[in-house]
Design a protein around this ligand. Structure first.
Ligand SMILES: Cc1cc2nc3c(=O)[nH]c(=O)nc-3n(C[C@H](O)[C@H](O)[C@H](O)COP(=O)(O)O)c2cc1C
Length: 406
């Protein structure tokens, strides 16, 4: 079971920054990240996973959405961790492949071969605006660009194939020969020359992908070692994983090399009642209006004006292409329909983990769900999104890991 600790701000719950004793500006300080990372490593996680978007989130006046560059944070964390893979998110829409190729390899060297790149296409209209684009292109175009950019990055890394680093001070010879001129011409990702850093002596960095649309799945099957996905029930998760595996086989890859990791939000208590109380305590710290604004963005339909205590009147079949995340919108609305959730209930569910699998219970309960998903063919592991940071990773270690080990 592969386990990454997802580290994003104060934790996965929208209200985490308003918990008792929390410092609202903590994620601007290195000490916060060091505590998250050390907690994860001591708990026995395999990797750290840092998401990123290239804009402030909606309603920045009402919650902390300032964000440090994930690769700079990970470079600092390389110095205080030894085993964790360090995966950072970088967009194929707003980065040049040459910069990506070097930035990721830089982290790879600084961490002794532990770097990962979470490949995303970006989706917020504010991100488009920040880079002078009138709007985000449709999903298919974003993934066409992603394909081109990833191929260019791989071409830059491949340019060093067969070049040995001799580094002999006595003879004055540094390389066996110069890396080859890449000359990759793509519509979006043209690069020439070579990147000024070789992957050697390491294998290539780990490639992860986050996105669950059909285009995203096909892309992941071609390139990703790990797929980060939002799944909230075992049957759909199993179908998703099977589909990724089928796509991988069609692309000529061994399906076992593509690991599917659904996000999981654990609320762990000594008893189920205590775990539920923790969730309720956090939920009570956040306003409905705030959550609805964010939920609207994911669903792509107006929610203001609807009665919060009536069942959500929109279903997954009512969706049009919202260019943001169709896969997430469909999942949230399907869940609301199946569970007969009111808008207020859906908002609480969303605030806790944005639609990711939410497990509330004892450590044994959480471990049991994880085990059943893996043995049921629905997951190869999980991206664990603890509700509150920096303590959550260590608490997961104490509360859940012993049951998993057993
Ligand atoms: C689990 C998950 C995590 C994601 N994390 C990020 C992220 O950190 N930054 C980002 O720009 N996009 C992120 N995305 C968005 C995707 O890159 C993509 O733009 C979006 O999901 C639309 O694609 P889809 O319809 O294939 O899911 C994430 C998507 C998923 C499913």
């Amino acid at each position: 079971m592969i386990l990454n600790a997802v580290v994003f701000g104060h934790g996965s719950h929208e209200a985490a920054w308003r918990g008792p004793g929390v410092q609202a500006t903590a994620p601007l300080e290195l000490a916060h990240w060091v505590a998250c990372a050390k907690g994860a490593e001591a708990a026995g996680f395999d990797g750290l996973f840092l998401g990123d978007i290239l804009c402030l989130q909606d309603r920045p006046e009402h919650h902390p959405s300032e964000a440090l560059d994930p690769f700079l944070v990970l470079a600092a964390l390389a110095a205080v961790t030894e085993q964790l893979t360090l995966t950072g998110t970088a967009s194929t829409s707003f980065n040049h492949p040459w910069h990506l190729a070097r930035r990721i390899l830089s982290l790879h060297h600084l961490s002794g071969g532990r770097a990962g790149w979470n490949i995303v296409t970006s989706s917020y209209p504010q991100e488009a605006a920040n880079f002078g684009w009138p709007e985000m292109p449709p999903t298919a175009e974003r993934y066409a660009r992603a394909e081109d950019v990833v191929q260019a990055v791989k071409a830059l890394w491949s340019g060093w194939k067969g070049v040995s680093r001799i580094a002999d001070t006595s003879t004055g010879r540094y390389l066996s020969h110069a890396p080859k001129d890449v000359g990759h011409t793509g519509r979006y990702g043209a690069v020439g020359g070579a990147v000024n850093l070789s992957p050697a002596p390491y294998d290539w960095p780990l490639l992860a992908q986050a996105g669950s649309s059909p285009e995203g799945m096909a892309f992941a099957a071609r390139h990703a070692d790990q797929v980060f996905t939002v799944q909230s029930n075992l049957a759909d998760a199993r179908a998703f994983r099977q589909s990724v595996r089928n796509h991988a086989a069609q692309a000529g890859r061994d399906p076992d090399t593509v690991k599917v990791l659904p996000g999981l939000v654990p609320f762990v208590g000594a008893t189920r009642v205590q775990a539920e109380a923790e969730l309720q305590n956090l939920s009570a710290r956040i306003g409905l209006d705030h959550v609805l604004t964010k939920l609207e963005r994911f669903i792509g339909a107006p929610l203001a004006g609807l009665d919060p205590d009536q069942p959500v009147p929109i279903g997954p079949d009512d969706l049009t292409d919202n260019r943001f995340s169709n896969s997430r919108a469909r999942l949230l609305l399907a869940e609301a329909r199946q569970g007969g959730l009111t808008l207020r209930q859906l908002a609480a569910r969303f605030a806790a983990g944005r639609g990711h699998l939410l497990v509330v219970g004892t450590g044994a309960d959480v471990a049991q769900v994880m085990q059943s998903w893996v043995s049921g063919g629905a997951a190869d592991g999980f991206n664990i999104m603890v509700p509150e940071l920096p303590d959550g990773n260590a608490r997961f270690g104490a509360g859940v890991m012993p049951h998993l080990s057993r």
